[in-house]
Design a protein around this ligand. Structure first.
Ligand SMILES: Nc1ncnc2c1ncn2[C@@H]1O[C@H](COP(=O)(O)OP(=O)(O)OP(=O)(O)O)[C@@H](O)[C@H]1O
Length: 280
């Protein structure tokens, strides 16, 4: 079963269009959504959550249309948006009292375990939380009602490296259950490279690619050559390039490059930066 299916999704604002997005996130997997500022990541997430309406296309969450059946689907989704907002005067303990009346499957024991694991104070008011503490509370709440799909928009923002590592492990652990899945957007591409099975690149409202991470890392490499050598290659094999006084670095499709040329492995971050620059 697919956790998420997006078909032909389009949404226009004044000067921006999210254009005909198609993607599929299978259960048991984590998909990382990467894109520069203003690429359309949050817009995509808001459309998935039916917080805004698209101009055309369809979104299916765990087999259900996101507009017709969102009420029922909400129980199955854990959400953390870039700004975690709880009433200022509430403590983590009081948040529990609200959430147990909000979610049918709210699990106090799971919530307390996350409060302990993430070192979240129980009796301090939300207004006195640091940004990182707010994110941690948001994550604990999102994961404590036995969701099947986690949707995380910049949810690791503001977390220190140690906590981030711990939280990423929690997301990986979550998808060990083959009925679970995670969609996560982040500017910390190395985090996504660490945990994601699929990578989706958004650039200026267009989906440049959506592919299994391992396939991308296997398929592409960085070619080190001269400008003349690059000109002799099939242009379709070149996904981006950077020239310097020392020569050219180009992201290439490995299988379209003659043997013997100098190709080194590429990271997901390099792949995105090169491709985004090429697609200007
Ligand atoms: N309510 C709105 N009205 C008009 N334009 C909007 C609205 N919401 C978003 N946009 C525009 O849509 C574009 C995409 O914004 P979005 O927030 O989806 O980007 P993003 O990829 O999440 O960026 P960032 O990484 O900076 O958070 C931007 O140009 C933004 O100005």
């Amino acid at each position: 079963m697919n956790a998420l299916e997006i078909k032909g999704l389009t949404k226009s604002y004044g000067g921006f269009t999210l254009e005909h997005i198609n993607l599929v996130l299978p259960c048991g997997c984590i998909m990382g959504l990467i894109g520069e500022n203003g690429a359309g990541k949050s817009t995509t997430i808001r459309l998935i959550l039916d917080m805004i309406r698209g101009d055309s296309g369809s979104i299916t969450i765990l087999g259900k249309d996101n507009q017709d059946e969102m009420r029922a689907t909400k129980e199955d989704i854990g959400v953390v948006l870039d700004e975690v907002g709880f009433p200022e005067c509430l403590t983590a303990r009081q948040v529990h009292n609200i959430m147990r009346n909000t979610y049918q499957r709210w699990d106090e024991n799971v919530y307390i375990a996350y409060l302990n694991k993430l070192d979240i104070p129980r009796d301090r008011e939300f207004k006195d939380f640091s940004r990182g503490m707010k994110m941690k509370l948001g994550i604990a709440v999102a994961m404590s009602h036995h969701p099947k799909l986690l949707i995380l928009d910049e949810a690791t923002n503001g977390l220190d490296p140690v906590v981030r590592d711990e939280v990423l492990d929690m997301f990986s652990e979550f998808t060990r259950d083959e009925t679970h899945a995670v969609l996560i957007s982040s500017h910390i591409v190395s985090d996504l490279e660490k945990i994601c099975d699929y990578i989706a690149f958004l650039h200026k409202g267009k989906l440049l690619l959506c592919e299994e991470k391992d396939v991308l890392l296997e398929q592409y490499g960085i070619l080190h050559c001269t400008a003349e050598q690059l000109r002799e290659l099939n242009p379709a094999a070149i996904r981006g390039k950077k020239e310097s006084a020392y020569g050219v670095e180009a992201i290439v499709q490995r299988d379209a490059i003659p043997p013997g040329m100098n190709i080194s492995p590429v990271s997901i971050e390099e792949l995105f930066v090169f491709m985004a620059k090429e697609a200007k």
